[in-house]
Design a protein. Structure first.
Length: 220
């Protein structure tokens, strides 16, 4: 009887690469390959479209100056109007920097001393710091008017009223300047606008009647 001995070859691992990958193992008996896996995988679906989250609209904060100016237009009693006039003027001067306040104080002192050049220079610097403050332009218009610069004053009031059309003091000053320039129609129109923004302004109604009579050539 002949016996066939199947020898197993053993290869020692290489010491240079101390890794099991370099160890050659004996051949293993062959087994039939398993049948292919026929179970179908589910087809991946695209993610559902999620509508973007829309933030609820935020309500804009009310403007205190606009609210007070609106209340002044609708005032029904003189005492109420006087209180609202003080309120809107305080609101117009809100948010001034310390430097601007100092310049305004200097301008006021110079105006009282009839130093119009120095007063205007202080207001020029104040407008450089805070050009959005319409009442500063109104103040410079007052200084220019006092100095006899009517054109400069009207130019300042044009910008001031563009920024703040509800300012009765700017309309009053414009009416006064136009009257001195003998432009009675413009003076009347500005005086009428005072009654629009401040219907109970002191003396405003009487001034409108006076200007209207002067324009018509009638004695009062």
């Amino acid at each position: 009887m002949r016996f066939t001995v199947r020898s197993r070859a053993v290869v020692k691992p290489c010491l240079l690469f101390s890794s099991a990958a370099f160890v050659v193992l004996a051949p293993l008996p062959a087994f039939p390959a398993p049948p292919p896996h026929t179970t179908s995988l589910p087809t991946p679906q695209p993610p559902a479209h999620t509508p973007p989250q829309v933030a609820p609209p935020t309500k804009s904060k009310p403007n205190p100056l606009l609210e007070a100016s609106k209340a002044l237009r609708n005032a029904t009693k003189p005492a109420e109007a006087r209180a609202l006039e003080r309120q809107v003027e305080t609101l117009r001067q809100k948010g001034l920097s310390a430097s601007t306040r100092l310049l305004l104080e200097n301008a006021d002192s110079s105006l009282k001393a009839h130093d119009y050049r120095k007063a205007e220079a202080a207001l020029d610097n104040a407008l450089v710091l805070q050009p959005d403050k319409a009442f500063i332009r109104r103040g410079r218009a007052r200084v220019r008017y006092a100095a006899g610069d009517f054109e400069g004053a009207i130019s300042d009031l044009g910008v001031a009223l563009h920024l703040d059309p509800d300012d009765p003091l700017s309309w009053q000053l414009l009416s006064q300047i136009e009257e001195e320039r003998h432009n009675m129609r413009a003076a009347l129109q500005a005086a009428q606008q005072v009654l629009v923004v401040d219907p109970l302004a002191s003396g405003a109604a009487k001034r409108v009647k006076t200007l209207q009579a002067s324009l018509d050539g009638r004695a009062i």
